[in-house]
Design a protein around this ligand. Sequence first.
Ligand SMILES: Nc1ncnc2c1ncn2[C@@H]1O[C@H](COP(=O)(O)OP(=O)(O)OP(=O)(O)O)[C@@H](O)[C@H]1O
Ligand SMILES: [Mg+2]
Length: 334
Amino acid sequence: MIHTRGLTKDFVLSRTETVHAVRGVDLDIAPGELVAVLGPNGAGKTTTMRMLTTLTRPTSGTATVAGVDVTTDPATVRRHIGYVGQGNGAGHQQRAADELTMQGQVYGLDRTAARRRTGELLEALDLTTLARRKVGDLSGGQRRRLDVALGLVHAPQLLFLDEPTTGLDPHNRANLWEHIARLRAEHDMTIVLTTHYLDEADTMAERVVVVDHGQVIADDTADGLKRTLAGDRVVLTVAVDGTAGRVATIVGALPGARDVTVEGARIEARVADAASAVPELVLAASAAGAPLLEALAVRPTLDDVFLALTGRSLRDDGPQTSDSTDDATQEAAA
Ligand SMILES: Nc1ncnc2c1ncn2[C@@H]1O[C@H](COP(=O)(O)OP(=O)(O)OP(=O)(O)O)[C@@H](O)[C@H]1O
Ligand SMILES: [Mg+2]
């Protein structure tokens, strides 16, 4: 469904300053996949999406979407895809239903078909009672659901969602996810989305693509990433002063144990399987006369994965600029 090789985007700001927003992205996404693209602010997520949705021309590299080249045949690409941008903008004074009908007509449906489609989408996204409401009066969560409906008007095979749940409360986030999951199951859609919510990427996406400084730095299932890149940890506290060293020795002998640290009464270490290590440790420490006050098995999060990959937390950010203008194309900020 998506195939890119060496996809690159440079923004030339001045004669001496170029932003290398996307630097050689290779991506293959099969039909039906739900892929989350994760990365800090400025990593190049939106720029990549804008190239795949034909809103921005790549500086170099190739990309096909639904088998169609984004550069040579953008009009056909657009017929196959839906795009819900980051902080979308439907007109404030329009009523929700009219907005959808208009969008349907933009995509070539006649008025009757566009109205019918509007009804279906209002229903599918739980917006029927809000059909006559002005877009500007909708709550954040309702508005985001309308944005998703707008992206679905022409029944695309492939839907791009740029931070669909940002700014929503946990209830509305969960609710929007339910809708996305159902739409996907019913229509066999491929979905590519970006999110800053690590827990969301973790539980909802089958596959996580981690992007940093315009490059893909990891691409696997959330579990796969955690297993290979971060790993389990145990965090132990001894009940008796002066016994932590003894426990550290026991921990060090566990399968896959490394990075064992002792700080006062607290011992931390990476181990192969924390859940099975903890009961073993409790018994062994007690038998060695160093009973534990607390023993925790800590599973890694996707933030731990990012930390392991980059040495930074996903919360950090920082745009990439340099003084090189080689191979750059000038593009006005939209
Ligand atoms: N039109 C533009 N002109 C100049 N620089 C741009 C333009 N669009 C994006 N950039 C820069 O390109 C880099 C990547 O931006 P992009 O919007 O793709 O990041 P992102 O991963 O979507 O970040 P966020 O998580 O904040 O949405 C940033 O440094 C950004 O400032
Ligand atoms: Mg973005």
